[in-house]
Design a protein around this ligand. Structure first.
Ligand code: VG1
Ligand code: CO
Length: 544
């Protein structure tokens, strides 16, 4: 087989963000654009010759084409085996599972996660290392450095590979293995949760649920696990066929983009339990009948109920949450005498803590929860965990959460997103807050006294690597917090995220609407940042 060396020149802007490189499809479709990035990944790796690379994606537009290119380049670079999900599909957590199970060298995941898909929408690519997790910053920075000096790439001159038939074939020196994308993952889930108990819930408990796969990658996973294995009635999973454009929607499981599910769950015909996941299957939204579970609360409830799930009932070593995630889980950790780590946003920062066994369960406010079973957040895992809890304690979702608040108090929490803001204005807003930091300590905003005002810096407790500028934190004396960050996953202008949190121990106030409970802090956030004033926006685009 002929290997071609193709001359090329660097493209600007190929620095991976919070989770890989995400751009409009039209950007990825430029000649050499994808190839440059893939070659830059390979050039940042050592000693992978003859080893295994896992490849799969969320099925969005350009997925198949990108995979064909990556196969030919991986063959040219000397990988020994490529394990590829049938149809080019692998959810992000399933890719992580496969990398770990088969001790692959690494994996390439094609996804822009919750961003919309289609010819005029987004595409993305990221590299995962041998622990199954997202490449840490030192690797992503090395990849970026390579993209800036690339002069050529190598690609095998060979026809496209059939991605739709399970089995093996040889291409040059490389074995190409097309695998069932669901089975390894489903097998792992069956080890972690009490499937018999959950099956009984559906079979004799008359328990009803709806799972909205949002026309994205988890459809086949959810149908197999929930309907075939756990015997939930057919039709429990809706929008279960992965589509290249996700049916035209944002595959983002939140109150805005999963509004159909939310409306159904708040109607009089609502089932007991509702859930949704995102484009690549690593996010989850949990709903009860007429009840929404905030992701930060979901994390706290999952941790507090570890003894109900067979995969965790021997105890947790510790927990971790991203900095903007509410402190609800901290209270549980404190109650159990466990360490609770605070990391920057993005799953890549949990990898070292999980590998070093410092944390067993991790979570982010952005509908992401997971554990040491893989090295990515895992949407369906969270849903199965909740089913396991519900079946074990025999309570409704609402009662489980309210009992939790009664015991630990409620951390009222909300995130306000301002999307597609002019990047220069967004940077000015962040800079002006950085400038305020030094003389804001001790200052009062209403009744709230500022205790800390800084730009979050993380020092990894395992390898001591440092990450700066991870978000402006305004921490008040009473434990309330406001955090400001710029998104690292958007593809249009800048997205400003404002995270607002307030602790309420008094059960009598737990039924308040979060926006009401947080009203004063929301106003303070505007006083500090001037987002509305400086962008001319009247309100956030998305509130979760
Ligand atoms: C967002 C979330 C972050 C999450 C990341 C990737 O990042 O805030 O918590 O880890 O998306 O999730 P940002 O930089 O836009 O705030 V996914 O499901 O898009 O891979
Ligand atoms: Co995702």
């Amino acid at each position: 087989m002929k290997i071609k060396t193709v001359p090329t020149k660097p493209f600007d802007g190929q620095r991976p963000g919070t989770s890989g490189l995400r751009k409009k499809v039209s950007v990825f479709e430029q000649t050499h654009y994808l190839e440059n990035f893939v070659q830059s990944i390979f050039d940042s790796l050592d000693d992978f010759q003859g080893k295994t690379l896992v490849i799969g994606g969320d099925g969005r537009y350009f997925n198949r084409k990108a995979i064909q290119t990556i196969i030919k380049m991986a063959v040219a670079s000397g990988f020994g085996e490529l394990m590829i999900g049938k149809g080019g599909l692998l959810s992000t957590p399933a890719a992580s599972c496969v990398i770990r199970k088969y001790q692959a060298f690494g994996g390439i995941i094609l996804s822009a996660s919750h961003n919309p898909g289609g010819p005029t929408e987004d595409f993305g690519i990221k590299y995962n290392i041998s622990n199954g997790g997202p490449a840490p910053e030192k690797v992503t920075e090395a990849i970026y450095a390579n993209t800036q000096k690339i002069t050529s790439y190598q690609i095998a001159d060979t026809p496209d590979v059939d991605l739709d038939s399970i089995g093996e074939k040889i291409l040059g020196e490389t074995k190409i293995t097309i695998i069932d994308p669901v089975s390894d993952y489903a097998e792992l889930m069956a080890k972690l949760f009490d499937f018999d108990l959950i099956r009984r819930l559906f079979e004799i408990g008359n328990f009803k649920m709806r799972y909205d796969a949002m026309n994205a990658v988890t459809g086949p996973y959810a149908k197999f696990i929930l309907e075939d294995v756990l015997k939930a009635p057919k039709g429990t999973v809706v929008n279960g066929e992965p589509k290249e454009d996700f049916g035209g929607g944002h595959p983002d499981p939140n109150l805005v983009h999963a509004h159909k599910l939310v409306e159904y769950m708040f109607s009089d015909d609502a089932p007991d339990f509702g859930a949704a996941s995102d484009g690549d299957g690593d996010r989850n939204m949990i709903l009860g009948r007429k009840f929404y579970v905030n992701p930060s609360d979901s994390l706290a409830v999952i941790v507090a109920n570890f003894w109900n799930a067979p995969g965790y009932d021997r105890g947790l070593t510790g927990v971790a949450r991203s900095m903007p995630t509410s402190q609800a889980v901290d209270r549980v950790a404190r109650g159990m005498g466990m360490s609770c780590y605070e990391t920057p946003t993005g799953w890549k920062f949990f990898g070292n803590l999980l590998d070093a066994n410092k944390a067993t369960i991790c979570g982010e406010e952005s509908f992401g929860t997971g554990s040491n079973h893989v090295r990515e957040k895992d949407g369906l895992w969270a849903v199965l965990y909740w089913l396991n809890i519900i079946a074990a304690v025999n309570m409704s979702v609402e009662d489980i959460v309210k009992a939790h608040w009664k015991k630990y108090g409620r951390n009222f929490y909300s995130r306000h997103d301002y999307e597609a803001v002019d990047s220069q204005i967004a940077n000015e807003i962040m800079d002006s807050m950085r400038a305020m930091a030094a003389d804001s300590v001790g200052k009062f905003f209403g009744d709230y006294e500022v205790e800390t005002f800084d730009d979050f810096k993380y020092v990894d407790p395992v390898d001591k690597s440092e990450s700066d500028h991870q978000g402006i934190r305004v921490l008040f004396k009473d434990g309330s917090r406001i955090v400001f960050r710029l998104s690292g996953t958007g593809t249009q202008g800048a997205t400003i995220r404002v995270y607002i949190e307030k602790y309420e121990p008094n059960v009598g106030h737990h039924d308040m609407d979060p926006q009401e409970a947080l009203a004063e802090l929301i106003e303070i956030a505007e006083n500090i940042s001037g987002i509305k004033a400086k962008t001319g926006r009247m309100a956030p685009d998305v509130i979760t």
